[in-house]
Design a protein around this ligand. Sequence first.
Ligand code: ZN
Length: 510
Amino acid sequence: MKTIEDLKPLIDMLQEIQHLSSAGALLSWDQETYMPPGGGGARAEQLSVLGTLVHEKRVGEGMKRLLSQWLDLETGKIQGGGSVWDEPAYGLLREVWTDYSKRLKLPSDFVRRIGKAASLSHQVWVEARKKNDFSLFAPHLKIMIALKKEEASYLGYADSPYDPLLDSYEPGMTVKQVVPLFTALKAELVPILEKVVASQVKPKGDFLCFSYPVERQLTFGQEILKAMGYKFQDGRQDISAHPFTTSFHPTDVRMTTRVDEKDLCSSLFSSIHEGGHALYEQGLPPEHFGSPLGEAISLGIHESQSRLWENCVGRSRPFWQHFYPILQEHFSDQLKNINLDEYYAGINIVRPSLIRVEADELTYNLHIMVRFEIEKALIEGDLDVDALPGVWKEKMKEYLGVVPESDADGVLQDVHWSGGAIGYFPTYTLGNLYAAQIFRQAKKEIPELCPQIEMGDLLTLKRWLNKKIHRWGRQYPSEDLLQRVTGESLNPRYFIEALKEKFGEIYQFS
Ligand code: ZN
């Protein structure tokens, strides 16, 4: 049987490309953390040169020659099929061809045009948001929508032009799957939300906005990251406007956070969230660096790792049973009169609000549904950009019962559309659903998991995730991976059950 040893020339080339790409990622990391403002122009040029170089190598003659030795470049059919290749080699060839053929479908002139338009549109969005003026952004959004439709036509689709865009973030996922999933989810979420809103129990959260010195907040967050098994010798944490995680190699995985003296939750939960992303990247097999076997499988699965740590663990009672007394030691003045129950209810307050990134676990997915419906309609041609602010308000009223007074707090709040990231939003909700299903399986397989978490032992869970999810890279498509890990395909029931249990207890309903 042939193995990945037989693919060495291909793997060498993929590694070379990945090193170039990692150099670009390092430049981007620097841009978001330490670059002086004056460096912006030159940095954009550097990133563009590197990006072009990487793209040319990925679709160039060298790659074509190598790939054609083992597969049909037109169809992706691997010579000899699964009987000649072992599983890793077969998976590697399948994924390399998927990337290659997708990239080849986009004409280089189009890639240049959309790159330029996205960069300009992003700049205008920043300004429009600051000035609360949608009319500034509208012409650019129209251009981006037209370009994304053009992209969909190059990539090809059977049912909806939204499908190939969604597929580039969550391979294999389609509108046909997402619509019924979201409809079912909405039907379950809304009654839970109604019960929460009607409940007599009104947890207090004012103590979360006392003054918390930022240095101590960061120190505490890093203690938690260490307990999660994040290796600081293979990473670091810095400050940026928007928290993110980036990897140059499994031995250098960096994350950022933002920290606000008047908001204990912001840095704390963003650190745990990014920590979940970072554990995935540190857990990818270094021996497969550069090849798909050393990469994360999809954005949805990536998000499942961050949400699992942030919500299933970080907002759970067992977790705080151990960590709350430590938190109280760090902030004895602020928290001395707050007991564990009050703290736990405080960090889990449900409140329908305008801003997605500040939303609680229960209402978060309703924000995503609003965006999904709108971007799908924009791409399918059922909605005009000029109608967006009005439609946004209608949908927010319908889903969350709140209406923004300004577009800055409404349709202009998210960065995604400005840069052409259309089809991205659903991966957040998929991540939440995957997370609940995966965490439930972990508890089933490790009966002592919750008692361990209560004792502050998070490493058992980390190792389980390493073994079940991280180490596989892209060997199994997300649906297969989920099936292998949990024994069934995506099932929103587990997410709903977990929410009912948690909020039923906090808000005292059944
Ligand atoms: Zn995330």
